[in-house]
Design a binder for this molecule. Structure first.
Ligand code: PHE
Length: 344
């Protein structure tokens, strides 16, 4: 029995020195000190031994037990320490490594342009408002003097919205002009607003045509507003946006909802008017359509055209950064290519 205890002790101590992990150590504990271990069996069986043997075996068994328990404690502490050291090593931070760069967001070039343009009009006393992109035919066309068979509908290829038969026709607005009507319907003069927003045209896309783009509408209605106010306001706008030396040119144009209608051009800021690629050798760059609000439009919103007059204008937003930065394809704006977008 004493030899058996000796053997247990030396096997246990041998094995213990080779253990690598706390899991293995636990197996070891169960094997040598657990309830079913030989050592525990021996200690349990002591009472059955003759007195002399009981003393010797009991002393030795308890000694082995105490020794193994002490060794277990030491080994456990050592393994824990090793494990901690390993985990510290694994998680070590090299403070000399460069930090991860945070990508900086920026505003889309169109957003920047919308803000720049609106700021100019805000400083002249205009208010910025927005309106729906899904619009009734009434606001987009009818109320703007474009009845169903009017040839001006051809200027705007339209995305129609499916509606139940008998329902009023609905569409994606083809311009921001419907907001002229919506604003005048809900306020009385004086009116001074600019309306930025998306518009849609059902057209094949190419370098100068997108099916979605931005416009900014302007509307000013009050007593005694004349074509001179339109010219003065838009001239000031052109100078602020394109430089104080700019000259402007107004020519007649036709839009059903204004009378007279004009188109405004600025002298080419690349060649100064002598003719170049940007201005197509004309010396002039057309930037917007405008005109005096048609009396029929005023009447439709219950503004008395003998008392009130007004001017309206509409301009395409993307065209301006295209001119400024020599961007040759409007489709770049909405194709989400970061190589393009990061330049602004
Ligand atoms: N809505 C017109 C267009 O999209 C532009 C315009 C607005 C013209 C206001 C005159 C007055 O072409």
């Amino acid at each position: 029995m004493l030899e058996k205890l000796d053997e247990i002790r030396s096997n246990a101590i041998d094995e213990l020195s080779n253990l690598q992990s706390l899991n293995e150590l636990e197996d070891w504990r169960i094997r040598y000190l657990g309830k079913k271990s030989t050592l525990t069996q021996i200690l349990r069986g002591l009472a059955a031994l003759p007195l002399e043997q009981r003393k010797a075996v009991g002393a030795s068994a308890n000694e082995v037990k105490a020794l193994l328990e002490a060794a277990l404690g030491q080994k456990r502490a050592a393994l824990k320490e090793e494990e901690l050291a390993r985990s510290i090593e694994r998680g070590r931070i090299d403070v000399t490594l460069p930090g991860r760069p945070l990508a900086l967001g920026r505003l889309h070039p169109t957003t920047q342009m919308v803000r720049e343009i609106c700021d100019i009009f805000i400083s002249m006393g205009f208010q910025v408002i927005e309106g729906p992109e899904v619009e009734w035919d009434y606001y987009n066309f009818e109320a703007l003097n474009i009845p169903p068979d009017h040839p001006a509908r051809d200027m705007f290829s339209t995305f129609w919205i499916d509606t139940e038969s008998g329902e009023r026709p609905m569409l994606l607005r083809t311009h921001t002009s419907p907001m002229q009507i919506r604003v005048m319907e809900r306020t009385r003069p004086p009116v001074r607003v600019v309306v930025p927003g998306k518009v849609y045209r059902y057209e094949a896309t190419d370098a100068t045509h997108e099916s979605m783009f931005y416009q900014i509408e302007g509307l000013a209605v009050d007593e005694n507003i004349t074509l001179a106010d339109l010219k003065g306001t838009l001239y000031e706008f052109a100078k602020r946006l394109f430089g104080a030396e700019r000259r402007v040119r107004f020519r007649c144009d036709y839009f059903p909802f204004v009378e007279p209608g004009v188109e405004m051009a600025i002298d080419c800021f690349v060649c100064g008017g002598s003719g170049c690629r940007l201005c197509g050798n004309t010396g002039w760059i057309e930037i917007l359509g405008a005109g005096m609000v048609h009396p029929d439009v005023l009447r439709r919103v219950n503004y008395d055209p003998d008392v009130y007059t007004g001017f309206a204008f509409g301009l395409g937003v993307e065209r301006i950064p295209m001119l400024r930065y020599g961007i040759e394809d409007i489709r770049l704006f909405y194709s989400n290519d970061l190589r393009f977008l990061r330049q602004f």
